[in-house]
Design a binder for this molecule. Structure first.
Ligand code: TXA
Ligand code: MG
Length: 319
């Protein structure tokens, strides 16, 4: 069935085979995942991967995450280690991305991994994207489906708003349940979280049975895309705000300002997972309503609050 926009499709057998045809020919499609919507292409094809960088205007030094159906598919491309196996068994498919060393015979196109010796891999947990991955014989390079530095999309309509009809197929898989990008954990040496997400360090430590390094802002940039201005709604964002000025939109936790035209609660019950899942949706809504500035109240830095603070800090960066 077609929705009102001709390139947004509900999922069915016909769309499955149409999507696979586009991917086999080296084209781009947008797929739903449990975290955010992705812009997918054949990770083994240089021309396909190049289209992602071009459409997103993504700097070539920022590598993509490669998405697989299951562990069997990765064995030729990366070097697997014990920490990976333990985390994979407990958390996959799910909202976590692993940095591993490339194998000698790795077929991932070097443009996708920004010529690094390592590669980011993920097993997304969404029925639509899993059924596509199951029916192709290559993995999918799939960054979030937004212009570089913009807010990630959490619905098919958000993807349409970013790219209009520049993508042939956008599959509507409903609102992304998690709503922020996957946790990125570097497993090439001592495990280290490079991008916080809903799977936090204590979950990982419990599985590995040892303490892991926290992300630091010093030392050399490990994830090239990580220190730049990012997740930006395109209007100024101020964080740790106490009071709101009437003209700007105010984002907060709780239910203190119910039914107030410029106040937006991330979660009325102050649940941090719910807050994360509403963050980008609310950013986009505020922009659509025409507000010129966003103020955000202090968000507690525990659990998923760490990931929320990471995203809003970078949304607030000037450059
Ligand atoms: O939830 C997600 O991870 C979504 C969905 C679509 O799967 N994808 C996503 O991709 O957020 P993207 O491209 O927007 O973010 C990928 C992040 C970037 O910060 C990039 O620098 C980092 O992963 N990354 C990729 N390869 C890396 C590598 N070899 N070493 C370190 N960081 C890497
Ligand atoms: Mg992104």
């Amino acid at each position: 069935m077609k929705n009102s926009y001709s390139n947004i499709f509900s999922f069915n057998k016909k769309i499955l085979s149409k999507t696979i045809k586009v991917l086999n020919k080296g084209g781009l499609v947008s797929l739903p995942t449990e975290t955010v919507y992705g812009l997918a292409a054949n990770a083994y094809s240089k021309t396909a991967v190049a289209k992602i960088f071009k459409l997103k205007r993504r700097p070539k030094f920022n590598p993509l995450i490669i998405h697989y159906y299951n562990v069997q598919q990765i064995l030729n491309d990366v070097v697997v280690n014990n920490n990976f196996i333990k985390l994979y068994k407990k958390l996959c498919p799910g909202p976590i991305t692993f940095i591993l060393k490339k194998s000698k015979n790795c077929k991932i196109n070097s443009l996708a991994s920004a010529k690094l010796k390592t590669v980011a891999i993920r097993f997304p947990n969404h029925a639509v994207t899993r059924s596509i991955l199951k029916n192709i014989n290559y993995p999918l390079a799939m960054p979030s489906a937004n212009m570089s530095s913009h807010v990630s999309p959490v619905s098919a309509q958000d993807v349409y708003d970013e790219f209009k009809k520049k993508i042939k197929i956008i599959i509507d898989g409903g609102q992304s349940v998690i709503g922020i990008e996957s946790t990125v954990v570097d497993l090439t040496k001592n495990p280290k979280i490079l991008r916080p997400g809903i799977i936090n360090s204590s979950v990982i430590e419990k599985i590995l049975k040892f303490k892991i390094k926290k992300k630091t802002n010093t030392s050399k940039i490990k994830s090239p895309g990580l220190l730049k201005k990012h997740y930006s709604p395109g209007i100024p964002v101020l964080i740790n705000q106490k009071k709101s000025d009437e003209k700007s939109a105010f984002i907060y936790l709780g239910s203190k300002y119910k039914n107030n035209h410029n106040k937006f609660s991330l979660s009325e019950s102050s649940n941090l997972n719910e807050a994360a899942s509403n963050l980008y949706k609310i950013f986009r809504l505020i922009k659509k309503k025409g507000f010129k500035k966003i103020q955000i109240a202090k968000i507690p830095s525990r659990g998923t609050g760490i990931a929320i603070n990471d995203r809003i800090k970078r949304a607030a960066k000037v450059k």
